[in-house]
Design a binder for this molecule. Structure first.
Ligand SMILES: Cc1cc2nc3c(=O)[nH]c(=O)nc-3n(C[C@H](O)[C@H](O)[C@H](O)COP(=O)(O)OP(=O)(O)OC[C@H]3O[C@@H](n4cnc5c(N)ncnc54)[C@H](O)[C@@H]3O)c2cc1C
Length: 381
């Protein structure tokens, strides 16, 4: 019997574990895989995301992992429409396998009990919540669903995501021994492509340049073709050879919640955090920062609930709505104007309404831009 069971030991589950264990709460994290494991991701985190980690004493285990990103560019197919460079980092790139493992080990160090290679098969809500794995039945007062986009907790308590609430992605990482002049190791590149978007997120690792390259779309049937086309465009415009050089020899596919927390996020004894709760920015696809916020609000709520300071877990919803909802609403609005209208239409639209370009830049860097004067600014098109 534990006070709290966290299903999923990804970064967001581990953060909930750290925050609860630090307060002396008896918490168990159940993870189906074994760390280190790679979770498909662009591996980018905004500066504000890092500030949140620092403010909540979550930074020390991951502090050596961040590589500075000082500039950002947007292109429609291979035409650059906006580029901006800043004096100080606007974001960071990181190795997700190391990041996730560090947070998981930190939760353990703070006193969380952990089980790895144990898959939760079912949860049953009686007076206590029963969590069934292939090996055991565990019981607790509260269960946190931190089990990612395919959350068993989310499905059990609410429903599966509707098809229009989910995006499809393909991503691969490439290690280049001779970094080309055409790619800057501190620039994040975003691309609008047919029916979706693509990205190139670079990271210098010793003498190598690691490129995280991926695409996202709403159409599962098109995803492979879009990825192949995108890689072809990157190879020809950057003058590099990527195909055949994937790290692990692998191309990864994964789902991404794209409408925000649109199913419920709590019941009398359960909470959904991170991807399980849909805490992914609908415009940028970034989930680490918003998942971290959801973890912080979940932990604060659970602590008060177990201390009988509040009667229900509804406080969790109040907290995330107050902090995140308006950002997600604005992101959804801007996404409607920009995404999935086709590259040539978008190019015309951007030429007609140049303010859209500024909105785009601000939305991707808004979280960090305030105290960050831009160094150079070039708006192409
Ligand atoms: C292609 C792609 C690119 C992305 N790029 C970025 C980016 O650049 N920046 C950013 O901020 N976000 C990005 N995201 C989103 C980000 O990856 C997620 O928001 C983040 O991983 C959420 O963390 P999490 O802990 O909620 O879920 P996860 O990282 O998915 O972790 C869930 C954990 O639960 C475990 N689990 C699942 N089911 C069970 C079960 N039944 N029993 C036990 N354990 C279970 C899994 O093994 C996993 O370890 C991207 C997502 C995708 C798909």
């Amino acid at each position: 019997m534990s006070d709290v069971i966290i299903i999923g030991g990804g970064p967001i589950g581990s953060i909930v574990g750290v925050l609860l264990a630090r307060k002396g709460i008896d918490v168990l994290i159940i993870e189906k895989q074994k760390h280190p494991r790679w979770k498909p991701c662009g591996e980018g985190l905004s500066r504000e995301g890092v500030e949140i980690l620092k403010k909540n004493n979550l930074y020390s285990p991951v502090k050596n992992l961040f590589k500075n990103i000082n500039s950002i560019s947007f292109s429609i197919l291979d035409t650059c429409i906006a580029f901006r460079e800043y004096d100080t980092p606007i974001a960071y790139t990181l190795d997700r396998a190391k990041f996730d493992q560090a947070l998981f080990l930190y939760a353990k160090e703070m006193g969380a009990k952990v089980r790895e290679i144990e898959r939760v098969k079912n949860i049953i809500i009686l007076e206590k919540v029963q969590v069934k794995t292939q090996h055991n039945i565990y019981k607790s007062d509260v269960v946190v669903g931190a089990d990612g986009v395919n959350s068993i907790v989310g499905k059990k308590l609410y429903r599966n995501w509707a098809s229009n609430e989910i995006g499809f992605t393909r991503v691969a990482r490439y290690r280049l021994g001779n970094p080309p002049q055409t790619i800057k190791s501190d620039t994040m590149e975003y691309y609008f492509i047919e029916d979706g978007y693509g990205w190139i997120f670079p990271r210098r690792e010793k003498k190598y340049l690691v490129l995280n390259i991926g695409v996202a779309t709403i159409d599962s049937y098109k995803i492979q073709r879009l990825f192949d086309q995108f890689i072809g465009t990157v190879e020809s415009t950057k003058g590099i050879k990527l195909r055949g050089h994937e790290i692990d020899g692998k191309l990864w596919g994964h789902l991404l919640p794209k409408e925000g927390p649109c199913r419920g996020t709590y019941t009398n004894s359960t909470l959904l955090v991170g991807d399980a709760g849909g805490f992914v920015n609908p415009l940028t696809g970034g989930g680490l920062k918003y998942g971290t916020l959801s973890a912080i609000y979940a932990a604060e709520t659970i602590i008060k609930f177990l201390n009988n300071e509040i009667e229900s877990l509804e406080t969790y919803k109040d907290k995330w709505q107050k902090s995140i909802k308006s950002i997600f609403d604005k992101s959804l609005e801007l996404r409607k104007k920009l995404y999935f209208i086709g590259p040539s239409e978008l190019l015309k639209k951007i030429q007609r309404y140049p303010r859209l370009k500024e909105q785009l830049l601000q939305s991707f860097t808004r979280e960090t831009i305030c105290e960050n004067r831009s160094k150079t600014q070039s708006m192409v098109v």
